[in-house]
Design a protein around this ligand. Structure first.
Ligand code: NAD
Length: 516
């Protein structure tokens, strides 16, 4: 795609959309065509036009990428490099990401419809902070000594788990690249990354930056392509040791089955959700409306943790609903490069149609459409921020992950009722609580089945704070040291304190010693 100037007619700002430089698979440090020579189109959700043709990786390409990663793991420098050296290279990688933030944010804006300023100010700096944090951890992976008993002593070794397969969704293409790659790099692993077919551009650009930073060839390989082909080849590959998947619960199940029926590789799954925000009578309604808007509509609702079910206590329900609708109508939906846009287009036609079909379900099942509910704009996949009230727990809009700008507001009376109804879901990723009462906050936070609870805040992520799912939202944790240890094998080395030690039926006493 040729470089294009985006100029917002109403403001003086202009931004030059970058040329697409990287469209091929990245294997063993080189950009290469797919074995079949096939390509697929990546589409701009603003205009529904083709941005670029991307190499379509399949099983043969995954085999080549895994071979490169295996060679780099078994014989290359990365797994053997001291943590301090790995840290230097990873910090150089961070510097390059920070120098290229605008380009990366622009690629995600045209590829996934993400608001450019959010990418530039939030998502990509956060991705860089994850890489920086794990760069620090690369040098801090302490083993421990183990005193077994009087005769035996031991120590543990933290060994990288091996070749990792990372499968990534489209909602945070660049951020997610760093969420996955950074801890695996710090552990000393090598890897094959498959970005989502809807949003492959920023991952390829990041692979180029990794090479510039000095990451050895074969450590990071990127195979672009479709899920049932390239993704499935990764999940079932006999030479991949660990799989880190983020995506829908349905595909997570397939990935786990493939891992189970191939080589029993370890799996972590970050899956779908239907997260609640519970608002109690004692809050400041205006402030909490803003919290609910941010939690529910951030990233156009294409956010695994978005608060798509908002439970409001009956004392403030009417006031909350009136103000919530008013504020939601004020959200500007438009081109992601327009500085006034808060919400861009949904990622693609399939997602756009899925969201609109859920809105129809909501209306058909008897919920009240408070605001929104329609597509907007002449072209592109734009949808109005949509709020339903009078939602019952069994309606599809209350049970299913819609992954779009659609929120259900639900009235409740008591704490006990709120806890019971909030937990009435197959998911358990995140939840929010808004109250000034510490007793309520503590009680409710302990009772909700979810991996992260935000009290009087929402979407408060940090590189140090682990998060992940309960129930069908998956298992395993991202961020913090918990996010690193899934890429580590702990090996114990045991040795006698003196001489040769022979097991004597559990007494742990030396029965025979070798004379020196
Ligand atoms: P998806 O499951 O359709 O696809 C995710 C990835 O899996 C893509 O790269 C896709 O190509 C690949 N894939 C598809 N079929 C496959 C198969 N048979 N084998 C292997 N790989 C396959 O999900 P999506 O639509 O890209 O993303 C949205 C989903 O991701 C939502 O459910 C959302 O909640 C979830 N998500 C979860 C988290 C979390 O941390 N829990 C974060 C972001 C997104």
């Amino acid at each position: 795609m040729a470089a294009e100037n985006y100029t917002n007619g109403n403001s003086k700002s202009s931004f030059k959309i970058p040329e697409i430089k990287f469209t091929k698979l990245f294997i063993n440090g080189e950009f290469v065509d797919s074995v079949s020579g096939k390509t697929f189109e990546t589409i701009d959700p603003r205009s529904e036009e083709v941005i670029a043709n991307i190499a379509e990786g399949d099983k043969e390409d995954v085999d080549l990428a895994v071979k490169a990663a295996r060679e780099a793991f078994d014989h290359g420098p990365w797994p053997r490099m001291p943590g301090s050296e790995k840290k230097k290279i990873m910090m150089k990688f961070v510097d390059l990401v920070e120098q290229n933030i605008e380009e990366l944010a622009a690629l995600d804006a045209i590829d996934a419809g993400k608001v450019f300023s959010h990418g530039k100010i939030r998502e990509i700096p956060f991705g860089a902070s994850i890489l920086r944090n794990y760069a620090g951890a690369a040098d801090m992976l302490y083993s421990k000594t183990v005193k077994l008993n009087d005769q035996l002593q031991g120590y543990t070794l933290n060994k990288p788990i091996g070749v990792v397969g990372h499968i990534i969704p489209w909602n945070f293409p660049c951020g997610m690249f760093f969420f996955k790659v950074s801890p695996a790099m710090a552990a000393g692993c090598t890897m094959v990354v498959k970005p989502a077919e809807q949003s492959p551009l920023s991952a390829l650009y990041c692979a180029h930056l990794a090479k510039l930073a000095g990451v050895p060839d074969g450590v990071i390989n990127v195979v672009t392509g479709y899920g049932p082909t390239a993704g499935a080849a990764i999940s079932s590959h006999m030479d991949i040791d660990c799989l880190s998947f983020t995506g829908s619960t349905e595909v997570g199940r397939l990935v786990m089955q493939a891992a189970a029926t191939s080589n029993l590789k370890s799996v972590s799954l970050e899956l779908g959700a239907k997260s609640p925000l519970i608002i109690f009578d004692d809050v400041d309604v205006d402030d909490t409306v803003k919290l609910a808007l941010m939690g529910g509509f951030a990233n156009k609702g294409e956010f695994c943790v978005c608060s798509s079910r908002i439970f409001v206590q009956e004392g403030i329900y009417d006031e909350f609903v009136t103000k919530f609708a008013l504020y939601a109508k004020g959200i500007t939906v438009g081109d992601p490069f327009d500085p006034s846009s808060i919400q861009g287009p949904q990622v693609d036609k399939a997602q756009y149609e899925k969201v609109l079909s859920y809105i129809e379900h909501g209306k058909r099942q008897g919920a009240t459409l408070l605001t929104g509910g329609k597509p907007c704009g002449e072209k592109g996949y734009y949808i109005e921020p949509t709020i339903f009230t009078d939602v019952t727990d069994d309606m599809l809009i209350a049970t299913d992950e819609i992954f779009g700008p659609v929120i259900s507001v639900i009235k409740f009376k008591t704490i006990e009722e709120a806890i019971a109804r909030v937990n009435l879901t197959r998911y358990g990723l995140a939840a929010g609580i808004a109250t000034k009462d510490l007793n309520i906050a503590n009680t409710v936070s302990r009772s909700i089945h979810a991996g992260i609870i935000w009290m009087n805040c929402y979407l408060a992520f940090d590189a140090d704070c682990p998060y992940g799912g309960y129930k069908m939202s998956g298992f395993g944790r991202q961020f913090g040291m918990e996010g690193l240890y899934k890429y580590i094998q702990v090996k114990s080395i045991v040795t006698p304190v003196q001489n040769l030690h022979v097991w004597n039926g559990g007494q742990s006493r030396p029965r025979r010693t070798l004379r020196r």
